[in-house]
Design a protein around this ligand. Sequence first.
Ligand SMILES: Cc1cc2nc3c(=O)[nH]c(=O)nc-3n(C[C@H](O)[C@H](O)[C@H](O)COP(=O)(O)O)c2cc1C
Length: 184
Amino acid sequence: MKIIGIEGSPRKNGNTEKLVRSILQGAMDDGHEGKFCKLADMRISPCLGCIGCRETGDCVVKDDMTQIYEGIQAADAIVIGSPVYMWQVSAQTKMFLDRLVPFIKPDFSTRLQGEKRLLLGFTQGNPDPQSFKPYFDYLEKMLAFLHFRVAGTLVASGTMEKDDILRQIDVLDRAKEMGRSLMA
Ligand SMILES: Cc1cc2nc3c(=O)[nH]c(=O)nc-3n(C[C@H](O)[C@H](O)[C@H](O)COP(=O)(O)O)c2cc1C
């Protein structure tokens, strides 16, 4: 089976990237095919709000989202990872989320092909992993509305410096385990 990780931190090889890569690694250790996409390294524009995609299923903006659309359609499972920026997802992640509109038909049924399992991964400076739970729950609901089969959310907290997550062996082990069980 195939899993795609879409990661929205502008920081190279930071905590969020390590979290998403660990989830993918768990799946790949069991023989699944993993692909990692770093939004900050891709050419992705914001949604233009033309709503043309609702009828056509096709976005008029031709940029690197094309390969992400194809990657999501080809995948059995998706991981979306973001750092918390100002109590929300990063701008890169938000642009990606807005660009998911083509997957929704005018009657709000889906153009997603087959079941798409989904995990969310967040990292945050705040040491309390519960501090943004209402927001993470809200994002889970939004993605379930888009017909992703949301399997859960993993949070790494207290990660200010780039490598802080490396000291959280339990979180990285849990990430691998969640990646494995997502594909089971
Ligand atoms: C612009 C900016 C805004 C941030 N806002 C928050 C915040 O609201 N709450 C929080 O807990 N951490 C916040 N942080 C800290 C990051 O979420 C945290 O360091 C995260 O692990 C960074 O991920 P990265 O290493 O993948 O870049 C912010 C960091 C930046 C740069």
